[in-house]
Write a protein that binds this ligand. Structure first.
Ligand SMILES: Cc1cc2nc3c(=O)[nH]c(=O)nc-3n(C[C@H](O)[C@H](O)[C@H](O)COP(=O)(O)O)c2cc1C
Length: 195
């Protein structure tokens, strides 16, 4: 089991940041991916994809899609990760799930499209959560956001339609003075049942 300080870092004292500055290097982005990639996905499908928006040009491409409340803080953050998923994720299965050579057949064909979107969204979202936990474990603060126009992001960054955006995460060094008051979480009794 992790020690109390580690649990504080990734959960109990970790906050959603609204003012994120600093710099994030390529090496840190690689370290982050190399940690989060170990989180599990159905049949090891790994549909999650990440576009790290870091350059000024890329940030300007993102700007028109951002909701007003998310605009300034996102433009100011050193990196904004677009957490996305690949609708053709199953192409990798012969390599990533080799002990079931027929696994790819469960996803091939026009009639499988809706189910594939479901698989990509569910597992891509899980990978987005692994992303946040991994970033915090590595000392990066996060500001996740769904307040943006997904269609605009997809048109600007993923015009071939293969990757679909899910949510955004600003990462970098957060200013603890600019976080909102901590809001309560549901109790075990409210959120859980044991049967
Ligand atoms: C998927 C997701 C989408 C969110 N969207 C936004 C957003 O668009 N704008 C914003 O300011 N905060 C957004 N938040 C931040 C949440 O309001 C925040 O994480 C929550 O209130 C818990 O805050 P805490 O982690 O500081 O306790 C989002 C968080 C998540 C996980």
């Amino acid at each position: 089991m992790l020690d109390a300080q580690s649990l504080d870092t990734i959960f109990r004292r970790a906050r959603t940041h609204n003012a994120i500055a600093g710099a994030v290097s390529d090496a840190q982005l690689r370290e982050l991916y190399d940690l989060m990639k170990w989180g599990p996905t159905a049949s090891n499908t790994q549909p999650g994809r990440i576009l790290f928006v870091r350059s000024r040009e890329a940030k300007e491409k993102l700007r028109p899609a951002l909701s007003p409340g998310n605009l300034d803080k996102t433009m100011a953050a050193p990196v904004t990760a677009i957490i996305a998923h690949d609708l053709m994720f199953y192409e990798n299965l012969p390599r990533t799930f080799p002990h079931r050579p027929d696994a790819i057949n469960a996803f091939k064909g026009e009639e499988k499209k809706a189910g594939n979107e479901n698989t990509a969204f569910r597992n891509g979202t899980l990978q987005g959560a692994y992303f946040i936990i991994a970033a915090r474990a590595l000392g990066l603060d996060c500001g996740p956001m769904s307040g943006f126009d997904n269609a605009k992001v997809d048109a600007a960054f993923f015009p071939d339609g293969r990757w679909k955006s899910n949510f955004l995460v600003n990462i970098g060094k957060g200013d603890p003075a600019k976080v909102m008051p901590r809001n309560p979480r549901l109790t075990f009794e409210e959120a859980c049942r044991i049967e």
